[in-house]
Design a protein around this ligand. Sequence first.
Ligand code: CAA
Length: 384
Amino acid sequence: MDFNLTEEQLMIQRAAREFAQQQCLPGVIERDEHQKFPKEQMEQLADLGFLGMMAPTEYGGAGMDTISYVIAMEEISKVDASVSVAMSVNNSLVCWGLEHYATEEQKKKYLTPLAQGKKDGALYIGAFLLSEPEAGSDASHQHTSAIDKGDHYLLNGVKNWITNGSTSSVYLVMAQTDASKGPKGINAFIVEKNTPGILVGAKENKLGIRGSDTHAVSFMDVKVPKENRIGADGFGFTFAMKTLNGGRIGIAAQALGIASGAYELALAYSKQRQSFGKPIHEHQAIQFKLAEMATRIQSARLICYHAAWEKDNGLDYTTSAAMAKLHASDTAMWAATEAVQVHGGYGFVKEYHVERLMRDAKITQIYEGTSEIQKMVIGRNITK
Ligand code: CAA
């Protein structure tokens, strides 16, 4: 077992850290307050090759491993989780899904610009449309329908909580083609956002990741060419689940970054802030908090690396991805709350960043499968 990062992984860590500090930190409070999508930062990520990190180079990607992706996600999430969720969705839900299940033509047409993150010089990213008003955790009960009309499908329905909802050029949409077949009657489609009949709702006014572009998207008699279906008829639910397994590693890494960002801020503050005649980290009450944060964060990092390692080595990573997300997201929520506590009253104001990290942490226990769903996935797998 080798715990050393490779030269390439260390280089990615430095690049991601520099990007986070120099490009994301300035303006992060304002973007959060005004719910401003980090478009400039996304364009810079495209230039860095971070929007298609794991996609093969022949399709415009950077051809890196999943551990590199986890490392980059941690560094960026320490500073701005709104940037990292947009990055994560494009990498693990959109590019990965297309790389593994799309046809050669689909890959050339869609994966290549999505992995580059740009087309004709403009930002080009994607979104993953599974959730619906009445199908969140219960994802196989899709109400959105796709009726086979010969050379095309006719798409009708509403998707919600869609990350990159208005900024995406491409949607991967799950829809029911034959309700009598349950999950086996679901298909996944590549839908261009500018197709007639698509309506993007207002941006959601959220507790956290406020810069992230979250919308409902409605489909009204949207014609999707037959060649835009992903995989064989009825493959859509499996496509969604397999893609989400990797997505869960991305969100686990985001949670890890939120936790370690909060910890680093708390540690620095504890060295500078004095009370009762000494820096507060010299008080056992604070030192124990820092010690526990460092320990839990290191265990979250290792569980993320392990899930990524399983994925990179062709092993079944369904359980380890769910464990990583469950553990890292709980760590993020707990560590960010502790970081606010270490800061005392200052932790409660925006300038000190930890209150934003605490708000951002909450969503990691909810999206890409709630903590309860992760327990269900783990429980089913360890007892079968
Ligand atoms: N990996 C691979 N296959 C899986 C799987 C997984 N994690 N989970 C289920 N499957 C397969 C099953 O093996 C089964 O296949 P077979 O029929 O061939 O045996 C099939 O899918 C149906 O599975 P179940 O019978 O277990 O289905 P279910 O309805 O009982 O429950 C569930 C499945 C695990 C609860 C699933 O619905 C689920 O994961 N729900 C959560 C959905 C979710 O994560 N949504 C996130 C939205 S996307 C998002 O948040 C993106 C964003 O913008 C940030």
